[in-house]
Write a new protein. Structure first.
Length: 79
């Protein structure tokens, strides 16, 4: 869930910018190569830090989440 919240908070601005350009007919401000470069430069260090975060020692004792619980929770839209 932390990873999904991180990705949503980082990329929502890019998605909104491209969507706005397509809807209004303005040429897209970034080329696909520029978008990939931004993703590589801005996401790699925080993603590595998030992946190196020590795990919770009691994670195996927790009950699994229900099947009908969505992957993207309401609090993630606010972050």
């Amino acid at each position: 869930q932390k990873f999904v919240a991180f990705i949503m908070s980082v990329h929502i601005a890019e998605v909104m910018q491209i969507f706005f350009c397509i809807v209004t007919g303005i040429p897209v401000m970034r080329t696909p190569l520029q978008i990939l470069f931004l993703i590589l430069v801005t996401d790699l260090p925080p993603s590595i830090a998030l992946g190196m975060e020590p795990g919770d020692s009691s994670i195996l004792e927790d009950r699994p989440r229900p099947r009908d619980e969505p992957v993207v929770l309401n609090w993630m839209w606010v972050s």
